[in-house]
Design a protein around this ligand. Structure first.
Ligand code: ATP
Ligand code: MG
Length: 422
């Protein structure tokens, strides 16, 4: 690849570089923004690498946050945006998850400790120079994910790099260079040392950004990463080593039955721009048997786990697209209705007929929850009913009535029904 003679760098980033260079330090743009710009993709999230130590960086700028001060990263705030400024560093020792770093090294030494060649290209935003000692630009041309230097050493220093490599391969549709791939497979067991949070971030980012979700899941399985962190990942019928799981040989007949029923294969490709469907919780529910266990293991938030629970509990669709069936189903599944409709769309490749019915029910404000009833427990008490469990049951029965016939949802009619129920 021939490097462009100059890149258009955002003014904020230029100013940060000017301040650092003006004070006698080096400042280079590195990482994802350089890689993506060379690939013709938008990315204004510039990382700056500098010879200044974190203390110096904090002294030079008014508005800073030490995001990873221990690893040399300081976020510099300019016009409401943060830009990460990281000191040139070298790993002194590592346990595969955290590194002890040393400053006072050169740009080239810093680039040598980065994960993949395509992430180890530097551009000087003021002098318009390029530095690419690991030939990352050639790998961008060749659509190749290659570790910097010795892949096994890189992965032992930080096992997360294995997952990052899978993510970049799926995101750009790149191949993984054979020695890098062999090291990923050989060292995948080391992924068990990572924290659940870092793994979750990678899995979620991977689902959001992959050009092909199918490719991402095939890579997670074939590398061995799924075995460690996502054993519930369903096989795609003709995916790598997927056949055994799909026919139930390794994971038991239930997996086979579910895979067949869910038929994940034809609808796995979701437009990258479709944020509605590129939802990592939704996709985890689509792709994994027992997504609740997966999200618990990955320490997802309570809200995310509740969503997965709603999707698993179902029922996954109304008995029919008839108004009354759709209302009954919406009342039963509550907040999970939208997720279930999206899941249906992912499984079948088109929105269900009942999603338009759902919209109508909402537009007309038809009652689906106890809160929407025209009477409250208080009203029933005033009408002379005893408070207690019976009253709760009565409210539930009133709700069943109005779900079937929203016209009944008036105070008079419901009080009268309540009396006859009592
Ligand atoms: P993204 O588009 O996801 O932001 P990125 O490559 O910019 O991709 P960041 O996590 O923002 O990823 O990291 C910025 C740069 O820091 C990377 O391009 C890479 O050079 C380096 N880097 C990040 N994480 C690691 C890691 N675990 N090991 C080695 N180098 C890393
Ligand atoms: Mg980045």
């Amino acid at each position: 690849m021939k490097f462009p003679s100059r890149l258009k760098i955002p003014t904020d980033v230029l100013q940060i570089a000017e301040t650092l260079e003006g004070a006698g330090y080096e400042a280079w743009c590195v990482g994802g923004a350089i890689r993506d710009t060379l690939l013709g993709e938008d990315n204004t999230d510039y990382d700056i690498a500098t010879s200044a130590t974190p203390e110096v960086v904090q002294g030079l700028f008014r508005n800073t946050v030490p995001v990873g001060a221990r690893f040399g990263t300081v976020a510099v705030r300019a016009h409401r945006r943060h830009h990460e400024v990281t000191t040139f560093r070298r790993d002194v020792s590592t346990d595969g998850r955290h590194a002890v770093v040393e400053y006072g090294v050169s740009l080239d030494e810093d680039l040598a400790r980065r994960d993949f060649t395509i992430n180890a290209i530097a551009y000087h935003p003021l002098r318009h120079q390029w530095r690419d000692p690991w030939k990352g630009a050639d790998d961008l041309d060749a659509a190749c994910i290659r570790a910097v230097g010795n892949p096994a050493e890189r992965f032992r220093e930080d096992y997360l790099r294995i997952l990052r490599g899978l993510r970049f391969a799926a995101r750009f549709g790149f191949e993984i260079e054979p020695a890098t791939w062999a090291a990923m497979q050989a060292l995948a067991d080391g992924l068990s040392r990572l924290s659940a949070e870092r793994v979750r971030d990678e899995w979620f980012k991977g689902l959001r950004g992959a050009v092909s979700i199918r490719r991402l899941t095939d890579l997670w399985r074939a590398s061995g990463a799924a075995k460690v962190w996502l054993p519930e990942l369903l096989a795609t019928p003709d995916g790598d080593e997927g056949i055994a799981v799909a026919s139930g040989e390794t994971a038991g007949p239930r997996v086979g039955a579910l895979t067949a029923r869910r038929g994940v294969l034809p609808t796995l490709e979701v437009d990258r721009g479709d944020e509605d469907l590129r939802d990592p919780v939704l996709l985890t529910a689509l792709l994994c048997l027992d997504p609740v266990s997966v999200l618990l293991r990955l320490k997802a938030s309570n809200a995310e786990i509740a969503r997965a629970t709603g999707m698993v509990t179902g029922p996954e669709e109304p008995a029919s697209a008839a108004l009354i069936d759709v209302r009954r189903w919406m009342a039963a599944v509550g907040e999970a209705a939208d997720d279930l409709a999206r899941l249906w769309r992912l499984r079948h490749g088109a929105p269900p007929a009942w999603s338009a019915v759902m919209r109508g029910i909402r537009e007309r404000g038809e009652p689906l929850t106890r809160k929407q009833l025209a009477v409250t427990g208080e009203d029933l008490r005033e009408a002379g009913m005893e408070p207690g469990p019976m009253m709760g049951l009565t409210l539930d029965r009133l709700l069943t009535l109005v779900v079937d016939d929203p016209g009944l949802n008036t105070r008079e009619q419901l009080l009268e029904r309540a009396r006859s129920l009592a």
